[in-house]
Design a protein around this ligand. Structure first.
Ligand code: URA
Length: 279
């Protein structure tokens, strides 16, 4: 192989790994895990001081207790969804809600993320768009829908005279996601992750109080409507918290399936008509 094509092959392999989400080196030097020595048996932990009223070790243990094996108890921590619910309820403004989300530490995804991604656009907008989760670009910039899919979303909004940057509510859009941290490798969020963060999204809708909502893709439909199957759901109005919502195919899907843009255009016109009807 000539050195040039070797370089190209190495760069292509690197780009492919980044595409899959392996975009961060976790160690300065590679580790050959096949060469690691087999784990030594762990020394027995020092026995803790016997508590008062502890049984006398000289006496035989009761039949039900096995001194050699004490099953690990699951850590009895707070229920993340309840913590999120309380934090969301306590937030009286969108700013306070964004702070509460950024302070929420019970979602594992936060550990691997560079930024908490809450919202973008004009919070006074009559239209609120709820997407899935931040991707690589959103994680880097801390704003939703800024990558290729986000650029297409901006063009779609522009086609019906809306923009996330418009200062007036009439022509503006407000954008968020049901997940506030990037899932590793852009995997689908788990049902636990979705239900623990849902109280924040419901409060977000209450505080932003849009006239109309768009749910972009399967994940927000699953979280807010309890239904998936975006190709069946799209284009049919539903209701969330008393507000009209339209499920639409995600712009990332439209980038991969340009033929579906025709239906997306029909959905955008339906959104425009609904905004006019409710004005
Ligand atoms: N896809 C989403 O659903 N949200 C983003 O913020 C980016 C891509």
């Amino acid at each position: 192989m000539d050195p040039n094509s070797e370089t190209h092959a190495a760069l292509a392999a690197l780009a492919w790994q980044i595409e899959l989400g392996a975009d961060e080196a976790i160690s300065e030097t590679p580790i050959n895990r096949f060469e690691l020595p087999a784990a030594e048996p762990r020394p027995a932990a020092a026995a803790p001081a016997a508590p008062r009223n502890a049984p006398d070790p000289a006496q035989p243990a009761p039949a039900s207790a096995s001194p050699a094996f004490v099953p690990a108890q699951p850590a009895a921590g707070p229920d993340p969804a309840e913590v999120a619910e309380a934090a969301a309820r306590a937030a009286g403004t969108l700013e306070a809600l964004a702070e509460a989300i950024a302070a929420f530490d019970l979602c594992e995804l936060k550990r691997g993320a560079r930024n908490t991604v809450v919202s973008d656009g004009n919070p006074k907008a009559r239209l609120m768009i709820i997407g899935e989760a931040p991707g690589r670009d959103e994680d880097l910039q801390g704003r939703p829908f800024v990558g290729r899919a986000g650029q297409l979303l901006d063009r779609m909004l522009g086609a019906i005279g809306l923009s996330r940057n418009a200062p007036d509510a009439e022509h503006a859009a407000y954008i968020t996601n049901v997940m506030f941290w990037r899932p590793p490798g852009n995997r689908d969020p788990s049902p636990e992750e979705l239900s623990m963060l849902l109280p924040f999204t419901r409060r977000h809708i209450e505080l932003a109080a849009p006239d109309v909502l768009i749910l972009m893709g399967n994940t927000p439909c699953g979280a807010l409507l309890g239904r998936r199957g975006i190709l069946r759901l799209r284009g049919t109005w539903a209701e969330v918290m008393g507000r009209p919502v339209l499920p639409m195919t995600h712009p990332a899907y439209l980038l991969r399936n340009p033929a579906a843009k025709r239906e997306a255009w029909a959905d955008l016109l339906a959104v425009q008509a609904k905004l006019r009807e409710l004005a």
